[in-house]
Design a protein around this ligand. Structure first.
Ligand code: ADP
Ligand code: ZN
Ligand code: ZN
Length: 848
């Protein structure tokens, strides 16, 4: 190959296409589709990704420049992922470079020196199976030829060598080096400035062939009995050497000095090996065996595993009530998939990526599980990613971006809690992991399972109508709990009645009594409050003044710890006022209810009650989430009080009461999905009660107890809720009956922002009319496009920019995304004002 087509990392729209570069002779072997390269661009050197390779006459291309450097020895992306990025770029109207970047762990985004070291051992901490790592992960020495051994020796002597050093020492062996990297004899390590640094571990190996060692053993004097014991042990364990020193010490209960003595005698070697920074290292994961499936589970498993066995692309929507045993289905399907030598990705919402969840996967698949989430340091995340790329992990469990796990033979993608909005990325590229999963799976002939107790209306509707050819999941239902217990009884408490009867507290009499009962019986309670902070806003009771952010035009939030007011969007902070800045009144105070207020109130009403509060403020520190849940599980508290975090995936046997302080707070948000989100949240939190032998009770307090989402949540009746909600969506032309594109235009100067937004809207309308798309939304079967706005965004001013938005609604076979992108680009080109920003959000989830 002579020419590489490269997508460069230059933040200008006109660069969103591949540029040609010639490939210097010495870089040919390293340049592949998916390679990250440094290339000259204008007067600078920029990073880029090779997206294709071509034969060609380099001389004939005017001004072609050579690739300067290949940044990784093993390309970080596969051709499959490069193609996926192309698709994302069209599907989400984003730049190809931003799609490509999104697929890499942060550690790989910067330019850092890559070093080569010997293939490393996998983590050998006890993780389910054995004390010792699997043999197959070891550098394979037998059968290596002379050159390979020489390379190994060269690297071993250097410890870590740079690519230049290695290629200079073996100028004709690039292919061999490459092969050894692929096979895992050598590995590329990235130097990451991480507070963790690289972890080294002392490892023990025999200094001679086992037969020779045995002779030495026999001739050792009886006085060194302990040393003999160690040596004999190592001879027996020859197959798994080198072995971590600490494992030897632990297994034989000997002192380090004893082992050192053997080294001094030249019988063994103690070396340092690098190990993965496994965040779960040292944790004991209870090995778990597959459970015999219930009848409902068997039916589901049968359907899914058939597709897995046939390696046929198929999407399933698994609607199973909370506790129906969806996770067991996931685990057994994954086993099926990895037994065929294919890999599996498990996506879970960040918030429910709890230790409990991780434990279930690690317990079943041991160290073959890579875990990726945002609470890991960037070095840890890189290591987990590398485990996947190097084929040392078969299963990746992670939040949204784990959909880009660099597996090469993907057979299964599972998306748990598929309705969660956190699967949509809210910044560029604004992708939805569900769409990406379906697309990726169809390319890999892989199976997708979308699981939820409350599937999103989009997925459920697609499964029901089977209309959309690209995404028509097969519907699988599990209406009962795996352990045979009933879903908990739910009672809705009318808070208006409470007020009428003179109860001004945030606790109804019912909830108060139920809490007391749990205290008396020594059972536990989960309380949900869908808010953050001490209270929401500061208002003057005399004049109505509300403290707002000078930048963002939203109300500021009071934080009790620092006693100041903060903006949740831009971070602006100011001291909380004692008197009203408008009228001077002293009646200025905090309104709304936050978790801290509830905690204080609980303390007053139930002296001695032990409460664990879990919200954004108490879970910022790494591991704090885990710690708090651990305390609750160990029954160090009577009540777990928190925001959405407490609603997801927790499974505690002694929780018999779930209370929702106000169900309405989410219902009144300016979002067409407010009812759906409320229903989902209430159903999820209700599912936390009575999961084991003790029966559960759920109390939902509400000021609008007649709302259908609250009524149906109270009856665990997903189907009735969906029927009603779909009627509303259809009448008002909302998804799933159409699709949306949210376009936000912003500028530092308000008149320019407004003019551009109007301009944009007019152009879209004009072009849509020309194509006869415009205004046919009412005819439900027809292609059509409609446009709302421009209006001021719900956040009219953010970080000093004025924002206006247009909402494009469309349906059918038309290329609405292409049209929006085209108009946005024309506008940017005609204005040539770098201050103007146009953001395009295809299928937006956040409309506030
Ligand atoms: P879901 O993910 O659908 O909410 P889980 O997978 O957490 O449900 O299962 C709920 C409970 O039922 C768990 O305690 C789990 O161990 C148990 N369970 C699931 N399947 C079975 C089974 N086939 N036999 C026995 N217990 C099961
Ligand atoms: Zn005032
Ligand atoms: Zn602000």
């Amino acid at each position: 190959m002579d020419i590489a087509k490269v997508i460069v990392d230059v933040p200008v729209r006109s660069t969103d296409r591949p540029f040609d570069y010639s490939i210097p002779e010495d870089l040919r072997v390293w340049t592949e589709v998916g390679s990250r390269v440094a290339v000259p661009f204008g007067h600078r050197t920029v990073q880029g990704f090779v997206v294709s390779l071509e034969y060609g006459d380099v001389q004939a291309v005017k001004g072609i420049k050579p690739i300067q450097e290949v940044l990784d020895l093993v390309p970080p992306l596969s051709p499959e992922l490069v193609e996926l990025a192309d698709w994302m770029s069209e599907r989400y109207a984003c730049r190809r470079i931003s799609a490509l970047q999104a697929m890499l762990p942060t550690a790989l985004k910067g330019k850092a020196e890559r070093l080569i070291s010997l293939g490393e051992e996998p983590d050998s901490a006890p993780q389910g199976d054995t004390l010792f790592p699997d043999e197959e992960f070891f550098p394979v020495f037998p059968g290596m030829d002379r050159v390979e051994r020489a390379i190994i020796e060269f690297v071993r002597r250097g410890g870590e060598v740079t690519m230049k050093q290695l290629t200079r020492a073996f100028p004709d062996e690039a292919e061999t080096i490459k092969f050894m990297l692929r096979r895992g004899n050598l590995q590329e390590v990235q130097f990451i400035k991480d507070k963790m640094g690289k972890k080294k571990l002392k490892a023990v190996d025999l200094a001679m062939e086992p037969e020779t060692a045995r002779e030495a053993l026999n001739s050792m004097s009886a006085r060194s009995a302990r040393q003999k014991e160690v040596l004999s042990f190592l001879i027996d364990m020859e197959a798994v050497l080198p072995m971590p020193l600490k494992d030897v010490l632990a297994a034989l209960q000997v002192a380090a000095g004893t082992v050192k003595g053997l080294e001094d005698k030249g019988l063994i070697e103690i070396t340092e090996v690098e190990v993965y920074r496994d965040p779960y290292r040292g944790r004991d994961f209870k090995p778990s065996e597959p459970l015999p499936l219930t009848a409902e589970q068997s039916a589901v498993y049968g359907a899914v595993s058939r597709a897995v066995d046939e390696q046929r692309h198929e999407v399933f929507l698994l609607h199973g009530v909370t506790g129906s045993g969806k996770t067991e289905i996931y685990l057994q399907t994954i086993r099926r998939c990895i037994d065929q030598g294919r890999q599996a990705v498990v996506l879970v919402p960040e918030i429910s990526l709890t230790p409990q969840m991780v434990e279930r996967f690690k317990g079943r698949f041991g160290s073959g599980v890579a875990v990726m989430h945002s609470r890991l340091s960037s070095g840890e995340r890189y290591d987990e990613w590398r485990k996947i790329r190097e084929g040392k992990a078969m299963v990746a469990v992670g939040a949204r971006s784990a959909i880009f796990a660099p597996f090469t033979n993907l057979g299964l993608i599972i998306m748990d809690e598929e309705h969660e909005t956190s699967y949509k990325q809210e910044e560029n590229p604004r992708y939805h992991a569900r769409d990406v999963a379906v697309r990726r799976a169809s390319r890999c002939d892989a199976v997708v399972i979308l699981g939820s107790a409350t599937p999103s209306l989009e997925s459920y509707y697609a499964a029901r109508s089977q209309s959309d050819e690209s995404f028509a999941p097969g519907l699988l239902e599990m209406p009962s709990r795996a352990l045979g217990n009933e879903l908990p009884a739910v009672e809705i408490v009318d808070m208006r009645e409470e007020l009428k009867e003179g109860n001004r507290s945030m606790f109804s009499r019912k909830l108060h009594a139920a809490l007391q009962e749990r205290l008396d019986r020594g059972e536990q309670t989960v309380l949900l409050l869908n808010r953050r902070g001490f209270s929401t806003f500061v208002m003057c009771r005399s004049c109505g003044y509300v403290a707002g952010c000078p930048e963002c035009d939203i109300s500021l939030t009071y934080h009790a710890r620092s006693s100041n007011l903060r903006c949740h969007y831009c971070g602006h902070a100011e001291p909380s006022p004692d008197t009203c800045p408008e009228c001077g009144s002293e009646h200025i105070r905090f309104f709304g209810t936050g978790t801290q207020r509830v905690e204080e109130e609980l303390g007053k009403l139930f002296p001695g009650m032990r409460v664990i509060r879990m919200d954004v403020d108490t879970t910022t520190e790494k591991g704090s989430h885990e710690k708090l849940l651990g305390q609750f599980r160990d029954k160090k508290a009577d009540v777990l009080l928190g925001t959405q975090m407490v609603a997801k995936g927790l499974d505690f046997p002694d929780v018999t009461l779930v209370g929702v302080i106000t169900a309405d707070s989410a219902l009144n948000l300016p979002d067409f999905r407010a009812a759906e989100k409320t229903f989902q949240l209430l159903t999820q939190v209700a599912g936390r009660a009575g999961r084991h032998t003790l029966p559960g009770e759920v109390l939902i307090q509400s000021y609008t107890p007649d709302h259908y989402s609250i009524i149906h949540a109270g009856k665990h009746d997903y189907h009735s809720f969906v029927r009603e909600e779909l009627k509303h969506r259809k009448a008002l032309h909302y998804p799933p009956y159409c699709r949306l594109i949210l376009v936000t235009l912003s500028h530092e100067q308000m008149p320019i922002a407004l003019r551009m937004a109007e301009n944009f809207a007019k152009t879209i309308e004009g072009k849509a009319r020309q194509r006869r798309w415009f205004g046919s939304m009412d005819k439900l079967t027809a292609d059509g496009l409609d446009l709302l706005g421009p209006v001021a965004s719900p956040l009219p001013r953010l970080k000093g920019r004025y924002r206006f938005q247009c909402m494009v609604k469309w349906r059918g076979e038309i290329d609405a995304i292409g049209l929006v992108r085209e108009v946005a680009e024309e506008l940017e080109d005609s204005l040539r004002d770098p201050v103007l920003q146009i953001s395009i959000d295809v299928d937006p989830q956040m409309l506030m």
